[in-house]
Write a protein that binds this ligand. Structure first.
Ligand code: PRP
Length: 175
C-alpha cells in the first residue's frame, strides 16, 4: 500500500476551505444553519469549515457508510442519525467526497421527508467519473479526477484519515 506526495497540500486546503466558508456565510446571511457533518469522512473538513462560517450554526452529525476498502457496496447504512428536528430549518450537509453519489442521495432523501426549509450539500471533493445517481453538490471544494485519494478525513480501510493533506492511494498488488 502506497501513499504518494500531497495531491492537495495543507495550504491549498486551508485557502479553499476559507473561500467556501465565506461563500456560505454570504449565502446564509440572516439565517441559522443546521450544519450536519457526515461521519466518519467529513470530520476534519467539518471541524475546519464550521470555525470559519460567520452565521449562527447548530452542529449535528450523521454517521453513514457504504464502502469496504476501495469499493462501494451500493448499500448505505445509517449507523447514527442526526439528533435535531430539522422541520422548517435550513440544513447544510458537509461531506468529504461525492463519488457515485449513492451515499448522499440516500441521506438527502432520508432527510427531505422531514420537511426542512432547505437542504443543501457542501462537498470537499467531487469526483464525477463514477456518478451513478443524479446528485450535484451546491458547494464544492475541489473537483478531482478518477483517483482514489486518502487523508484529510478520507480513508482506505479506516487508515490515513489523519493525514493533514490529500494524497493519492495506490494498492500494492504484491502485498
Ligand atoms: C465515503 C465518503 C462518502 C461516500 C462517498 O464514505 O465519506 O460518504 O463514501 O461515496 P459515494 O458517493 O460513492 O457514495 P464511507 O462509506 O467510506 O464511510 P466513511 O465516511 O466512514 O469513510
Amino acid at each position: 500500500m502506497l501513499v504518494g506526495k500531497p495531491f492537495l497540500t495543507v495550504e491549498q486546503i486551508r485557502s479553499r476551505v476559507k473561500e467556501l466558508a465565506d461563500r456560505i456565510s454570504m449565502d446564509y446571511k440572516g439565517n441559522e444553519i443546521i450544519a450536519v457533518g457526515i461521519l466518519k469522512g467529513a470530520f476534519m473538513f467539518f471541524a475546519d469549515i464550521v470555525k470559519l462560517i460567520q452565521v449562527p450554526i447548530n452542529v449535528d452529525f450523521l454517521v453513514a457508510s457504504s464502502y469496504i476498502k476501495t469499493r462501494t457496496t451500493g448499500e448505505v447504512i445509517i449507523h447514527a442519525d442526526i439528533r435535531e428536528n430539522i422541520k422548517d430549518k435550513h440544513v447544510l450537509l458537509f461531506e468529504d467526497i461525492v463519488d457515485t453519489g449513492v451515499t448522499l442521495k440516500y441521506i438527502k432523501d432520508t432527510l427531505l421527508v422531514r420537511n426542512p426549509a432547505s437542504l443543501k450539500i457542501c462537498a470537499f471533493l467531487d469526483k464525477k467519473t463514477h456518478r451513478q445517481v443524479e446528485l450535484e453538490p451546491d458547494y464544492v471544494g475541489f473537483a478531482i479526477p478518477d483517483k482514489y485519494v486518502v487523508g484529510y478525513g478520507l480513508d482506505y480501510d479506516n487508515k490515513y484519515r489523519n493525514l493533514p493533506y490529500i494524497a493519492v492511494f495506490k494498492e500494492d498488488s504484491s502485498l
